[in-house]
Design a binder for this molecule. Sequence first.
Ligand SMILES: Nc1ncnc2c1ncn2[C@@H]1O[C@H](COP(=O)(O)OP(=O)(O)OP(=O)(O)O)[C@@H](O)[C@H]1O
Length: 414
Amino acid sequence: MARNIGSQYTTHRVLGRGSAGTVWLGEGPQGPVAIKLLREDLATDPELAERFAHERHALLGLEHPHIVGVRDLVIGGEDGQDLALVMDLVRGPDLRTHLERERRLAPHEAVAITAQIAAGLSVAHAAGIVHRDIKPENILLEPAADGTGTPPTALLTDFGVAKLIDEPRHGGKGGVVGTPDYVAPEIVEGLPPRAAVDIYALVTVLYELLAGFTPFGGGHTGAVLRRQVTETAARLPGVPDPLWEVLQQCLAKAPASRLRAAELASRLREILPSLEGLPPLDIGDPDGADEPQEPADPPRPAPGPLPAAVPLVRADIPDDERATHTRMRVPDAEELAGGAHGTARTPRAPGQARAGSARHAAAARRKRRLAITVAAGVLAVVAVGGWLLTGGGDDDSNSHRPPHTTTGEPALAP
Ligand SMILES: Nc1ncnc2c1ncn2[C@@H]1O[C@H](COP(=O)(O)OP(=O)(O)OP(=O)(O)O)[C@@H](O)[C@H]1O
């Protein structure tokens, strides 16, 4: 049933649901729009409403061909309890859906999409806005209007939403929203999110588009976060050297070593012509369906000695209780040892999706779709810092030990 949002908009049908709310196909004075209606508990949070109003100018001002435009912010609405973002309507699927269908993208397509999003990011970063939750679900694909087979245009959505819903009443100060597979190591360490976190997340997406799985995904949240801090991404066989250099550089543990968004866009555009006609990487099916044997994972660096302490991990919370901020707990001995819920990618039953793969991500997304809080307070710093300082991550990947200092970048609005 149609519902009025503010005085100018009407919702018609649900386009999709995310952790922060529901996205509706709607109608406004200028025609069809997408309306993201925030969850009731968020919408009734007075602090959030205030932040919403405060961000209005920045969000409405962000215009770029590769960013989904925010046209309006509605505060109040019919029963006085709505918080809604009115956005340009994108008619195509999100990148997660596309990737699930394709399993892996040809390098040219993967790099073209990433270059477009990097270009959009460069404008946002220049305006002092960090996205903070880049992942395939937040990249939408607008089909070409001419229907001639021109590739779709990639657009980044959910700009500013992570920031808006961060630090709500139940999470306390210092909480950071992110999605574990894409969270930069400095966030795990409790540093404030700067532009480089978006670069890390975007290049993680690029890796996933090429490989069908993320570089550090699989297992429980704590294991993923720990890998983000300590492991080095395994080289994907068949990736041309110049592209691999970009991937490596942007997955660097030290934020200052990563490319800036504009540099990333131009490096990827330079590489693009050389990728023309290359098929998707032949590295084994990420879901195991056409894999003759285990393991199809690219080789991982050998794990070092077990750490004395690891970053805090998410407690088991029923889906319906998930919130923007997630309770954290210290992992138990079994988890530390990489057991059933441990850090290693465990053998799969036939047909079971591999952790970190697109199909697994889809299943996991249904279970833990919500952006989680990565512990950013004293506990996380102590846990990770203590672990690293005590030599817990003392393996190959230690050469990438993240610094505990700031990056020297301009302090983009966190
Ligand atoms: N501007 C838009 N036009 C068309 N569809 C959209 C638009 N924005 C979001 N959607 C669709 O709505 C769905 C939910 O989006 P939403 O941003 O709320 O959640 P998400 O990003 O998938 O997950 P989360 O918020 O938990 O990170 C997505 O499947 C997306 O495809």
